[in-house]
Design a protein around this ligand. Structure first.
Ligand SMILES: [Cu+2]
Length: 215
């Protein structure tokens, strides 16, 4: 214990010994766990995805290594405990440095998400056992989203087939939408479709149908 006193104040040592260890250890342990968990999560959230994964794996590997070392050597002195703590946390320090360096570089890509994800805002509605449109124009050669709203009191879906004959047989579906209950809505990820005319229908009520035109 004498090695610890060279850097710390004697008073701290006195207080430590007066408070029973069974009380101190859980409190300190919880505080350390909370601080480490919050710190790591903050770092990981600030990092780009690939770097976050690497840092998380690095931290996990270090935790395993340090505890294996502690477990094998029952007695670890104060100084080496501090060193182990430092080793345990160094991936976080590296992560913080990487995060700080990347803040400037990664601001621009944030604009991409809303622009790319928004699409054309395609939507279709089923009401009174009928779709609100007989023709659905969609972008060709790319993935897009179709928002399907069902304010009816019965269940519907939207599926896409090469043509009406396939729809009648429910064969060769190009897309099969999940059936949703009345009062619900859903966003279907669709495409990519080659340019051309296809057939969409509600599989529950095949008389609800129309042409899906990809262009
Ligand atoms: Cu239907």
């Amino acid at each position: 214990m004498s090695t610890r006193d060279q850097s710390g104040e004697p008073l701290v040592g006195e207080v430590r010994f007066r408070v029973p260890l069974p009380i101190v250890i859980p409190i300190v342990g919880l505080a350390v766990i909370a601080a480490v968990a919050i710190g790591i999560s903050q770092v990981l959230l600030a990092l780009p995805h690939q770097a976050a994964t690497a840092v998380a794996v690095g931290v996990a590997a270090n935790v395993m290594g340090v505890f294996a070392y502690v477990a094998l050597r029952r007695k670890v002195g104060g100084a080496s405990l501090f060193e182990l703590g430092a080793i345990l946390l160094y991936p976080i320090v590296i992560g913080v440095a990487v995060a700080a360096l990347n803040i400037g570089e990664h601001e621009a890509p944030a604009e991409e998400a809303p622009a790319g994800g928004g699409g054309g805002g395609l939507s279709i509605t089923a009401e009174n056992i009928a779709f609100n449109t007989a023709e659905l124009a969609v972008p060709a050669e790319k993935e897009f989203e179709l928002t399907f709203e069902n304010p009816d009191s019965v269940e519907h879906n939207v599926s896409v087939y090469p043509d009406q004959a396939a729809g009648v047989e429910k064969a060769d579906a190009l897309f099969t939408g999940d059936i949703i209950n009345g009062g619900e809505s859903i966003t279907y990820p669709m495409g990519p479709f080659k340019p051309g005319e296809y057939f969409f229908q509600c599989d529950v009520h095949p008389n609800m149908n129309g042409a899906l035109v990809a262009e």
